[in-house]
Ligand binder design. Structure first.
Ligand code: SF4
Length: 288
């Protein structure tokens, strides 16, 4: 089977940094002595490698042994998490992505300047839960219908977005907000260019292939968004984690497949998938 790979895909610098910080922390403090407050990134394969290296990722702050260090993952954390960790005398290792940190600072600054902060994002995503904690009251809107139900009237609103959202979705939401009678709307672009580049490359590849594979954690927001955009672009799309979830019916009758991967998907997962896909003859009779 002919396989085309997206020009931009896989690990971003934020994820690479977080993994490096986690590995270095385990090396410095010793296996079993560093507790991450949840999976360092949304990728099962990487999470299990880190676990094997001795990083505990099941962490609840309150149950971390005071002799251990606590690791804040790439999604960041609320200010009171840092405060509670300090109160307990824990060593804090901060692997928050710099772009998430920036979004946290922007939220605080907008609030200090008197804006009511509106965040476009998934209210259940750990990044969003952390970012909105940097102002006393932030309204989170994820989809158009939230604008009817959740958005309060304030004279001045300041808008930010979850780093992994697509610019098109964010622009549509802002256009809708602008139809409402706010006196002043300030938008600060908190989108991650690493994600935007991967999304653009994936959508461009959709025009050259018959089926798309988007590799990455099923809970990874940026991977899910990429799969959504490929489907929206009209291409049959499969969001799967690794080759184990591949089924020959996915390529039945197809001879050209596209492959891309979310920002938390390691290159070895992509390489293995591509190699195995390429080995499939371009006909419909093959079984996985
Ligand atoms: S996707 Fe962007 S915001 Fe998220 S960790 Fe990577 S670089 Fe940071």
């Amino acid at each position: 089977m002919k396989v085309k790979i997206a020009s931009s895909r896989g690990f971003c610098f934020g994820v690479e940094d977080a993994i490096e910080i986690a590995e270095a922390a385990v090396e410095t403090h010793g296996a079993g002595n560093v507790v991450a407050l949840g999976p360092v990134i949304h990728n099962k394969q990487v999470v299990s490698k880190l676990e094997q290296a001795g990083l505990d990722q099941s962490g609840e702050l309150e149950s971390v042994d005071p002799s251990h260090a606590v690791l804040i993952r790439s999604h960041g954390a609320a200010p009171n998490t840092y405060a509670r960790a300090k109160d307990r005398g824990l060593d804090i290792i901060d692997a928050t992505c710099v772009l998430v940190k920036r979004a946290q600072n922007v939220v605080k600054q907008l609030h200090d300047e008197g804006y009511h902060v509106v965040m476009i994002g998934d209210p259940n995503h750990p990044e969003v839960r952390g970012v909105i904690a940097y102002a006393p009251k932030v309204t989170v809107v994820d989809k158009g219908s939230d604008l009817e139900t959740a958005l309060p009237y304030r004279e001045r609103i300041g808008i930010v977005a979850q780093t992994t959202h697509s610019p098109v979705h964010v622009a549509e939401m802002i256009a809708e907000i602008l139809k409402r009678p706010y006196r002043e709307v300030k938008v600060v672009n908190t989108l991650c260019l690493e994600v935007t580049r991967r999304q653009e490359a994936a959508v461009a590849l959709c025009t050259e292939v018959e089926v798309m594979f988007v590799l990455g954690g099923l809970h990874s927001a940026n991977t899910r968004e990429m799969a959504r955009l490929c489907t929206e672009a009209g291409r049959e799309t499969y969001h799967i984690e690794t080759w184990d979830q591949f089924d020959a019916s996915m390529v039945a009758g197809k001879s050209v497949a596209g492959v891309t991967a979310g920002a938390s998907t390691p290159e070895w997962v992509i390489a293995e998938f591509v190699e195995k896909l390429q080995a499939i003859p371009p006909d419909t009779s093959v079984k996985s």
